[in-house]
Design a protein around this ligand. Structure first.
Ligand code: HEC
Length: 105
């Protein structure tokens, strides 16, 4: 095998092992996808989405409401000081997972 191909194959193998390790690490820690995404929201929205100062509470809101709200922020349909940028960083799967997570808090 030419050296560059060998290096490329090694890089692919190493990154595959890396992502498997991350995936099993998440499962080992018992974190669902929703909880994982929520850990990036809680810095502003408070522990378990209880809300903090001027940041609204998410805990106990309807899951569809949270999801639709995120889509509206991402599309610019809803104006926001910060959520327009935050909402663009997640896939629909991640948004459904985090919406379900907060609705159950
Ligand atoms: C940097 C701080 C910050 C982060 C991180 C953040 N939010 Fe927000 N969020 C806000 C603020 C502030 C508002 C009020 C709207 C605005 O001004 O952007 C808000 C509003 C919302 C609303 C509307 C709630 C309502 O009742 O109107 C939802 C839903 C929401 N955030 C979900 C999330 C989710 C889900 C995440 C994580 C993926 C997240 N936010 C991460 C600061 C943040």
């Amino acid at each position: 095998m030419p050296k560059t191909k060998q290096i490329a194959a090694t890089v692919v193998a190493v990154s595959l092992i890396g992502s498997l390790a991350v995936a099993s690490g998440v499962q080992a820690a018992g974190l669902s996808l929703g909880a994982l995404v929520a850990s990036q929201c809680n810095t502003c929205h408070g522990t378990d989405g209880e809300g903090a100062q001027s940041v609204p509470r998410l805990a106990g809101l309807d899951a569809d409401e949270i999801f639709e709200s995120m889509k509206a922020f991402a599309s610019g349909e809803d104006t926001a000081s910060i959520m327009d940028r935050v909402a663009k960083g997640y896939s629909d799967e991640q948004l459904h997972a985090v919406a379900n997570y907060y609705s159950e808090q």
